[in-house]
Design a protein around this ligand. Structure first.
Ligand SMILES: Nc1nc2c(c(=O)[nH]1)N[C@H]1C(S)=C(S)[C@@H](COP(=O)(O)OP(=O)(O)OC[C@H]3O[C@@H](n4cnc5c(N)ncnc54)[C@H](O)[C@@H]3O)O[C@H]1N2
Ligand code: MOO
Ligand SMILES: [Mg+2]
Length: 411
């Protein structure tokens, strides 16, 4: 087991130890937020036929030669084509067909004139200018052509991708399975919300915060509840977590206290502890173990420490497992709006609220910074990343912040 590793070493180790999860076939809408595990090649032109982009009249361009305001041309209306229908007639000389947006261009027609530019009766339409061949005709395959590689393996499926797949009739799609992440909160002081809050106890918040963080990433959380500081109970819960989950998260019991049993429990279920303690604040005592392909993250019990170490270490692993190539948090330069004078010989993440104004980012810091304080994480959309042995920082200084709610960083 390695101890006191740097942030970079810890992350590199974790990324090396985890791969992408297997692909599964899911109903189209369930693929939202997942990563495509297959290439999608179009088996058709879209649109599949030449269509009208307007409500108007399909005409032959050549019939409009010489038309002008003073010398309009009158065409005979010989059919009507609403969208979804096709005319079985062929447009002849000096003929027009009334056509609606989205309808297939009838045989013989090669231009469309919109209603507003004509005068019409039931039998005739009058055209006042020349419409060259191809005017207002949407080509077959304008959107995609048969044989086009429309979506590539590795792309994240968002709403437009869902629409494209629907266009191609893909009722099921192959995506990387969403990782299952089990959460176990350890600590004799914890009670669940349904239980009475007796003296010396607090309610378990970590399970809920972390389940929400997992859900936000599109993975599947499973809360295994609370577990007392008793090695046999922790082991039993860990074993059932490892049965179900791809990743296991525990909180609490990773420091040096008499009842801090997480590492010992990890070993006793047959996992290898990769490292314990990272040179960062908060969340220093994090321990990560591995059993077969599964990582077990032992996060600090302190709520803000657990939250921040999740974002630093668990988030990239979940995203990598889901097949996402971009799992780095976006870092930007920002202007500090208040002093931060606390000296630190460790890398430190300070919660901040970053906003954008007139081309620049600005970051406000909350008053409370303790890793036991959860309320000042409200409104935290970014982390002020202080490198070891830098600072103190003053209002107006340029700082580096990680944006927490910005999902994509281009490689
Ligand atoms: N002698 C030392 N003591 C401590 C050190 C140290 O280096 N030497 N490190 C401190 C730091 S830093 C941290 S962080 C904590 C980490 O402690 P643990 O991971 O062992 O967590 P616990 O002791 O179980 O709990 C810490 C704190 O968090 C509360 N907690 C725990 N679980 C939950 C939960 N599910 N929901 C809400 N709150 C929770 C718990 O009651 C404690 O107050 O260790 C320091 N000590
Ligand atoms: O590392 Mo602990 O989270 O600072 O309190
Ligand atoms: Mg402890």
């Amino acid at each position: 087991m390695r101890t006191n590793v740097t942030l970079e070493e810890a992350l590199a180790m974790l990324l090396k130890e985890s791969g992408t999860i297997e692909a599964v076939h899911v109903p189209l809408l369930d693929a939202l937020g997942s990563v495509l595990a297959e290439n999608i090649v179009s088996d058709m032109d879209m649109p599949p036929f030449k269509k009208s982009p307007l409500d108007g009249y399909a005409v032959r361009g050549e019939d409009t030669e010489g038309a002008s305001k003073d010398t309009p041309i009158i065409l005979k209306v010989m059919d009507f084509v609403p969208a979804g229908y096709v005319s079985n007639k062929r447009l002849g000389k000096k003929e027009a067909m009334r056509i609606m947006t989205g309808a297939k261009i009838p045989e013989g027609a090669d231009a469309v004139v919109k209603f507003e530019d004509t005068k019409y009766t039931e039998e005739t339409v009058t055209v006042y200018k020349k419409y060259p061949v191809g005017t207002n005709i949407v080509k077959a395959g304008e959107d995609m052509e048969k044989g086009d590689l429309v979506l590539q393996k590795g792309e994240v499926i968002d709403a437009p991708e869902i629409g494209i797949l629907a266009t191609l009739g893909k009722a099921y799609v192959e995506v990387f399975r969403k990782p299952r992440v089990a959460i176990l909160s350890t600590g004799d002081e914890l009670v669940d919300m349904q239980q009475p809050l007796v003296e010396g106890k607090i309610r378990n918040s970590n399970s809920y915060t972390i389940a929400a963080q997992i859900k936000k990433l599109g993975a599947k959380p499973l809360m295994l509840g609370i577990c007392s500081d008793a090695i046999e109970i922790i082991k039993a819960k860990l074993n059932s977590a490892l049965n179900w989950a791809d990743i296991v998260i525990t909180t609490g019991g990773v420091s040096v206290g008499d009842h801090d049993l997480a590492k010992e429990a990890f070993r006793e279920v047959g996992a290898e502890v990769l490292f314990w303690r990272v040179r960062m604040k908060p969340g220093t005592p994090i321990a990560v173990a591995k059993k077969e392909e599964k990582l077990i993250f032992g996060l600090s019990g302190n709520p803000a420490a657990a939250y921040i170490t999740f974002e630093q270490f668990v988030r990239p692993i979940i995203l990598k497992k889901m097949g996402r190539g971009n799992y780095k948090l976006m870092e930007v330069k920002s202007i500090l709006e208040s002093d931060f004078t606390k000296a630190s010989n460790q890398n430190r993440f300070v919660r901040g609220n970053t906003y954008y104004r007139d081309g620049k980012y600005y970051t406000r810091l909350p008053e409370k910074h303790s890793s036991g304080v959860l309320t000042s994480l409200m409104g935290t959309n970014s982390l002020f990343y202080i490198k070891a042995l830098t600072g103190p920082y003053k209002k107006g200084d340029e700082i580096t912040v990680q944006l927490l709610n910005h999902p994509e960083v281009l490689k």
